[in-house]
Design a protein around this ligand. Structure first.
Ligand SMILES: Nc1ncnc2c1ncn2[C@@H]1O[C@H](COP(=O)(O)OP(=O)(O)OP(=O)(O)O)[C@@H](O)[C@H]1O
Ligand SMILES: [Mg+2]
Length: 261
């Protein structure tokens, strides 16, 4: 487990990065930054990390990729006892860093940059692990984390035979789902003292047993200076989704007030 001090250090470094990411997201919406990431998940170090997971008996083999976002790729893996696992591999060569690559390669002054980038990516993976562990321990319905090694996060697999559970956007939804989603945001904030900060129909599984949240890389502690902005955005985003699906729901402003009370 991470020590308090490491947690704080992580939070500090990553929160700055998060704001940067926010700004980049905005500029992307404006039409810039459209370069797609190349498949560079398995660089040498990541290959070694995955081998390490095999040698230590955490996984016995890796199956296909399930999801590939901008910052990560998620794989289905199987444990030696036959249990399905999910491996989220954070990309070291993200589009943003990749874009700078041509300018930096071969420049002796920047030989340290690669290490720095890798370190930051590892911090992201560790931050997601720490957030998940904390939420799981706080009884939030989230994916159970197993371990994190460098840029590789190992979790319980949500689904069957390598097929992930459907995410909310892929399912029919009703008012109960809306209420449940809002109550998860409420519990995250008031019980776990966490704001997800990327809470959306894409980061919630809809299982037979109910909704299960995942993708906690962006989450921040509720005392983070931007926590309330993120909370507000989470509530507005998920409300928008349910409204789009034709549901009549509570005004998000009232929900925000109630949760923040
Ligand atoms: N524990 C899991 N079990 C089964 N499938 C999973 C699990 N975690 C993630 N997935 C699958 O991988 C997809 C992407 O996962 P996730 O949302 O964590 O990453 P992302 O959005 O690509 O990453 P980022 O937000 O860092 O760009 C999910 O939509 C889901 O289909
Ligand atoms: Mg996601």
């Amino acid at each position: 487990m991470l020590t308090d001090e490491l947690q704080k250090k992580l939070a500090k470094r990553i929160d700055g990065k998060l704001l940067e990411k926010e700004r980049e997201k905005k500029s992307e919406k404006d039409g810039f930054n459209k370069n797609k990431v190349m498949d560079e998940v398995f660089d040498k170090s990541t290959t070694m990390t995955v081998s390490g997971l095999k040698n230590s008996g955490t996984i016995s083999y890796l199956n296909g990729a399930m999801g590939s976002g901008k910052e990560s790729k998620t794989y289905w893996a199987v444990s030696p006892s036959g249990k399905d696992l999910a491996l989220k591999i954070y990309l070291v060569a993200t589009s943003n860093f990749k874009k700078r690559h041509p300018y930096l390669l071969g420049d002796k002054r920047f030989t340290k940059l690669r290490k720095g980038t890798r370190h930051l990516v590892e911090l992201w993976a560790q931050k997601e692990f720490a957030n998940l562990s904390h939420c799981f321990d706080s009884k939030i319905p989230c994916v159970r984390p197993i371990t994190v090694i460098k840029n590789v996060l190992v979790m319980d697999f949500m689904g069957k035979n390598g097929v992930p559970e459907p995410i909310l956007v892929e399912t029919e939804v009703d008012y109960k789902d809306y209420e449940r989603a809002i109550s998860i945001i409420d519990d995250l904030y008031n019980k776990a003292k966490i704001v997800h900060a990327d809470f959306s129909e894409y980061n919630i599984f809809k299982t037979e047993k109910g909704l299960v949240v995942f993708d906690f890389g962006s989450a921040v502690e509720s005392r983070h200076p931007n926590a309330l902005d993120f909370l507000e955005r989470d509530i507005k985003n998920i409300t928008k989704f349910f409204v789009k699906r034709g549901l009549t729901v509570t005004n998000p402003v009232d929900v925000i007030k109630r949760i923040m009370k």
